[in-house]
Design a protein around this ligand. Structure first.
Ligand code: AHR
Length: 514
């Protein structure tokens, strides 16, 4: 909990939510994750046959358990930069015959002990859908189509029969396919100009959809706003393969580079701008083509990442890379990413927290156990928003001065599930001041409080192996006034900075407090 702070007048933050002000359904896949062959994400993370925690197949059961409870809807795999020089066939067949390779992206040694079948086994264990990326860097459309034949086609053709020979008769029917990774980045193996990539991606998508028309494809858009090709790359690529693709991928990693918490906590404003850039571009391209086809955004890498920026594996197996220790302020930025995706539910259909285990991850693994980092909590607290209807709240809040301009101290989203449950989520950005929160819910019928939690503390607080529960959500005291059936009012005192989620459920007309 935060240190006692000087008594200052709290902010007044008012949130109004009306049941009819709908944005669209929050795709459950906005709560997805990412697992790359990088550092100790796979080896020493999810997979460690030598560990006393390993099950009979080598998966770390304690890590699997944590991932099950995090519930990523999909897991993107195998990269990341890794995929752009990856030969997927290295990861199939008897493990003892798989090649050991120098790994280009992270200068590591890849044993290939973990491959496609092991990844599918992981997805089964954690209850997530697989999302596969193909190599469009050093490989190309033909190899991508063969991978699709291997995973999705029934027995009876050469490559599908290889799968059967390796012990899996039924196709996995992987639905979502990334056409490469960050191909706009000069750091990427096989990076080429936008027009060259666009043709590669178009041919790959056409071949793959020709083999399995049920799949959805994700084309590489801009991986970062600071490249000179930002959004123009996307325009060129989408002009060329609009009809073959269903999503455009974009990535963003945030960081408190200047040690300025106040400005860092304004990051949500920039994430919204990032998405609005895509809304404009996609609307323009669709209108210009007079197309009925919709392309949505797959924000398939997002997180805070800035402490270690040039990872180098030194040609070792599973070197520890990017094992960031996350703080409360990082978690509050993650909450704002999720808010932005919920607010743009009509635009963003997929989003992957990058990554899941050890490498810039909500879970850190040691031989003796698993540590849940601060950034896991907003994901968990908001997870129930997946599949619910996003609503458009009105937020009335004072502004605070930051390097990003004057920014409202409060950021809020709200959703309603098919079961009538309502979630209201608020980030209080001001690190130095509390807020008196007032939420008015209109036209939902009578509601009663189900749960209310708040994640707060000193912005630099982190969970560590010594203090693993320093940053965890605590119950939030909320006063509920359920007046006439059409209006419910909540009041709470929010500590600054914080992330609070209040859940309500349908009820008879009662008045109560908690
Ligand atoms: O997630 C780490 C790396 O960040 C990924 O491999 C790459 O796609 C991005 O640049």
């Amino acid at each position: 909990m935060p240190e006692a702070r000087p008594a200052t007048e709290p902010h007044r933050v008012r949130v109004g939510v009306h049941a009819d002000h709908r944005v669209g359904r929050v795709d459950d896949r906005v709560f997805s994750g990412f697992l790359e062959h990088m550092g100790r994400a796979v080896y020493g993370g999810v997979f460690d046959p030598g560990s006393p925690h390993a099950d009979g197949q080598g998966y770390r059961s304690d890590v699997v358990e944590e991932l099950r409870s995090l519930r990523p809807a999909m897991v993107r795999y195998p990269g990341g930069n890794f995929v752009s020089a990856y030969r997927w066939r290295d990861g199939i067949g008897p493990p003892e015959t798989r090649p050991r390779r120098p790994e280009f992206a992270w200068r590591s040694i890849e044993t290939n002990r973990f491959g496609l079948h092991e990844f599918m086994g992981l997805c089964d264990r954690i209850g997530s859908e697989p999302m596969l990326a193909v190599n469009l860097g050093t490989a190309g459309p033909a190899e991508a189509a063969e991978l699709l034949e291997y995973t999705n086609l029934p027995p009876g053709t050469a490559v599908a029969d290889e799968r059967v020979a390796h012990g899996r008769r039924d196709p996995w029917r992987v639905r979502v396919w990334c056409l490469g990774n960050e191909m706009d980045g000069p750091w990427q193996a096989g990076h080429v100009p936008a027009a060259t990539y666009a043709e590669r991606a178009r041919v790959a998508a056409a071949l793959m959809k020709g083999l399995d028309p049920t799949i959805e494809t994700v084309v590489c858009g801009s991986s970062t706003w600071w490249l000179p090709t930002w959004l123009d790359w996307d325009r060129i690529v989408l002009e060329h393969c609009w009809d073959e693709v269903d999503y455009v991928a974009t990535h963003r990693y945030s960081g408190n580079h200047d040690g300025d918490t106040r400005s860092f906590l304004a990051e949500g404003v920039v994430i919204d701008e990032h998405l609005e850039g895509y809304r404009g571009l996609l609307g323009y391209l669709r209108a210009r083509r007079r197309s009925r086809h919709l392309v949505h955004v797959a924000f398939d890498e997002w997180n805070v990442w800035y402490r270690e920026t040039n990872p180098d594996g030194g040609w070792r197996e599973a070197p520890p890379l990017l094992e960031e220790v996350y703080t409360l302020e990082d978690a509050l930025v993650c909450a704002q990413y999720l808010h932005a995706f919920i607010r743009h539910a009509d635009l963003v259909r997929i989003a992957c927290l990058a990554q899941l285990v050890n490498v810039i991850a909500p879970l850190l693994v040691r031989p003796e156990g698993v540590l849940t980092q601060a950034i896991a909590w907003p994901f968990r607290m908001l997870r129930a928003a997946g599949g619910a209807e996003a609503l458009r709240p009105v937020v009335v809040a004072p502004e605070m001065a930051t390097r990003r301009g004057d920014v409202p101290v409060g950021d809020a989203v709200a959703v309603r599930g098919d079961d009538g449950r309502v979630l209201v989520s608020i980030v209080l950005r001001d690190p130095d001041r509390d807020a008196e929160l007032q939420v008015a819910l209109e036209a939902f019928g009578p509601l009663r409080l189900a749960d209310a939690f708040v994640l707060t503390g000193d912005p630099r607080d982190a969970n560590t192996w010594e203090a693993p529960r320093r940053v965890v959500p605590r119950p939030l005291e909320v006063d509920v006034v359920s007046g006439p059936a059409e209006r419910t009012e909540l009041r709470a005192r929010l500590p600054g900075p914080s992330h609070a989620v209040v859940a309500l459920e349908p009820a008879g007309p009662t008045t109560g407090s908690r």
